[in-house]
Structures are given as C-alpha cells and as structure tokens.
Design a binder for this molecule. Structure first.
Ligand code: NAD
Length: 358
C-alpha cells in the first residue's frame, strides 16, 4: 500500500519542495499549513496542488486542526515555523514565534505520539551559539573571512554536531533547540522513531527570500529587480560567510531518512544530524554579489552598515561529517549552481512572484 506522509508547514519553501520530491518518489503526501507566510498561497497553487499533493488548511498552534486529519500516516515531517532569526530580537512578536516554533512543534509531536507516527524534524544551525562562533579567530582575505582558530567543535571543516551548546543563539535558535530536546525525550521515553536535521542555510528555486531569512535568494532577487542592498555588520564589507545547501540536496537526504523511518525496524530515536552546504558550497556576501551580477547583468552600488544586527554570525560552515557517514550523503550542487537554478526559476516565474520581492 502507498504510504502517506504529512508535512506540517508544507506550503513553505522547504515543505513544498519536500512534498513535491516525495510525491515524485511515489508517496502520497498531505500538507497542513495556515498560509501565514506571505507567498505560501502562491506556492500552494503553482507548486503543490498541480503535483497531486493534498492540502489541509490548519494551524499547528491549534491541536484540533491536527486531530481533524483522519487518514493513516506513515510519517510526519515538521516544517512549520516562524523562520526568521530577527523576530524577537527587539522583543516584538516573541510570543508568536514561541507559540509556533515551540508550542506548535509540541502539538505536532504529541499528535505523532498518540498515533505512533515517526517524526522527521527540520531544525536549524541557529541552535549553535553565535557568541561562541563570533569569538573564534578569523583571517580576512580580499573577499571573505576564513576561520583561523576555532573552538571546541569548530574547525575549518565547519561546525560539528558535537559543538557545545552553552551560549546565546537568538530566540529563534532557542525555540528550535527546545523543540529538539522535547522531541528527543518523546522519542526515547515513548519509543517513537525520530530524526532531527539541523540545517544550515537552504536555498534554491521556490524560495521567497527575505532579508532575515533566505538571504541568498533575497540577494539574487534584489539584483534581478534592481532593489537596494546593504552589507550589514562586521565592518560592512560583505565578508561574512555562510554555507548554502540546494533544496534538492536536502530532499535527497530526506528521502534516505524517510526510508529509514518508515522501514520495518526504524532505529533512530531523536538523533541529531547536521545538513548544510559545508566547505563544498559556501559564499561571502561579496562573492555572492559577483555571481548575482554575472547572472542578472545588473550591477548596483551596495550600501554599508558597520555594526551587525543581533544574532548575526561572521562565519558558519556546516561539518556534515556524521550525516555523510550514516546516510552516505553529501551535497552535490555547488553555490554557483544554486544561484543559477534560482535565477532561472525567478525568470520563469517572475510574473507570479514579483510582488513578493518588490
Ligand atoms: N530555509 C532555510 O534556510 C532553513 C534553514 C534551517 C532550518 N530551516 C527550518 O526549515 C523549516 C521550514 O523553513 P522554510 O524555509 O520552509 O520556512 P517558510 O517560512 O518558507 O515555511 C514555513 C511554513 O510554515 C507555515 N506556518 C507558519 N506558522 C504556521 C502555523 N502556526 N501553522 C501551520 N503552518 C504554519 C507558513 O505559512 C509557511 O508556509 C523551518 O522549521 C525552519 O526552521 C529552514
């Protein structure tokens, strides 16, 4: 019998791409989403429904919306979130972020526990403390900062899953870490199969990038539509570095994990895995500008703000070490390929998504 997968937050960037990928692999897929993210309604119409994915409008903050789902599910993938790291940094909206990312996630885990449905949880590299990362020593080159001296769990290969977690991480990062800890307890105490993926920056087609989430797509779209940009923080030169993972590379990892979780004897009980572009795919903003100029043919003056915003990181590259060993997976698509694919998508769907970026 075909197995059905539920994706909460399934009309967002990650959820919609996973839904379509799993559908093409032969699974039945239901997405539950409250369409609160601006543009999710367009992803629903253009991306999700044409692929035969079932949509249910619902809010993870309301357990009744989850319990209305009557079909038998083989797996829950929890992707719903207020996914901005800046929300809550000035106090406003903190309550909403916690209600969605923490209370909402608990409702999802509780729904899964009651029905004995395995869980795959999309967490974030933002659980790693940025104060510790920013305190490492960096070497400045013409276009970027490189790590000169790391700290425990941080080497030039990247941030390991074993990096100690004491420190400051943003309210968003804290909400994801709390949800991780609760899922781990559920998995062990209730013998519930579960996997947690701590994702670095994910990018690619169908991302509705904003300044505070989806920065690479945001940067490309601003070049495409000739909108102003600023290098913010760390001297205002755009030398801060992040890795980026193509959404299709993530989908290929998730497909392997789905097989493990819905197999006969699923082994995982809330183990945590890093998933990021790694030392294979990473860019500084300045380097991103060069590629965006080449792709769009548009070159703009970019403003400069010396001081970083709360929770900004100077450098984050993911060390996928254990994920690569366990799942035989590694990112295959380079940073340039990610931006090229996103550019072609922007061109093809300009009329549909223009209003989101303008
Ligand atoms: N995109 C990235 O770079 C990235 C990196 C690391 C981790 N993640 C994680 O991946 C997951 C998906 O992120 P994304 O980039 O797709 O974000 P997104 O904002 O595109 O998608 C989130 C979806 O959740 C929905 N949603 C929000 N509140 C909801 C609620 N109360 N009930 C039901 N649905 C709700 C939104 O409408 C949206 O469709 C999140 O958990 C995020 O923390 C994303």
């Amino acid at each position: 019998m075909t197995k059905r997968i539920l994706i909460t937050g399934g009309c967002g960037f990650v959820g919609s791409n996973l839904a379509v990928d799993l559908r093409t692999r032969g699974y039945e897929v239901t997405v539950l989403d409250d369409l609160s993210r601006c543009g999710s309604e367009i992803l629903l119409e253009k991306r999700i429904l044409p692929q035969g994915v079932k949509f249910v409008r619902g809010d993870v903050r309301n357990p009744g919306d989850l319990s209305k789902l009557k079909e038998a599910f083989a797996l829950l993938i929890e992707c719903s979130a207020e996914a901005s790291v800046l929300v809550g940094t000035q106090g406003e909206n903190a309550r909403r972020l916690l209600d969605i990312n923490l209370q909402g996630a608990i409702h999802c885990f509780e729904w899964a526990r009651e029905r004995r449905v395995p869980v795959l949880f999309l967490s974030s590299s933002r659980v790693y403390p940025y104060d510790k990362l920013n305190a490492c020593r960096y070497r400045e080159t013409g276009t970027r900062f490189d790590l000169a001296e790391g700290c425990e769990g941080v080497s030039p290969r990247g941030v390991q899953v074993e990096m100690p977690l004491q420190g400051i991480r943003s309210l968003y990062g804290a909400s994801k870490l709390c949800a991780e800890l609760i899922l781990r307890e559920y998995a062990v105490q209730y013998d519930l199969p579960a996997i947690i993926d701590r994702c670095g920056v994910i990018a690619g087609p169908w991302q509705l990038g904003k300044v505070d989430q989806g920065v690479f797509t945001f940067w490309l779209a601003h070049h495409y539509f000739r909108k102003p940009l600023k290098y913010i923080g760390f001297g205002g030169m755009g030398k801060q570095v992040r890795d980026l993972l193509h959404i299709q590379d993530l989908a290929e990892l998730v497909a392997k994990q789905v097989q493990c979780l819905i197999g006969d004897k699923p082994a995982y009980r809330g183990e945590v895995f890093n998933a990021g572009g790694s030392s294979f795919s990473n860019l500084s903003l300045r380097e991103t500008t060069d590629i965006c100029e080449q792709l769009t043919g548009n070159s703009m003056a970019i403003g400069s703000v010396l001081e970083p915003r709360p929770a900004d990181v100077i450098w984050h590259i993911t060390d996928n070490g254990r994920t690569e060993q366990v799942f035989g997976w590694a990112p295959k698509r380079s940073s340039r390929k990610i931006l090229e694919d996103t550019f072609h998508w922007l061109k093809d769907y300009e009329a549909d998504f223009k209003r989101i970026f303008l």
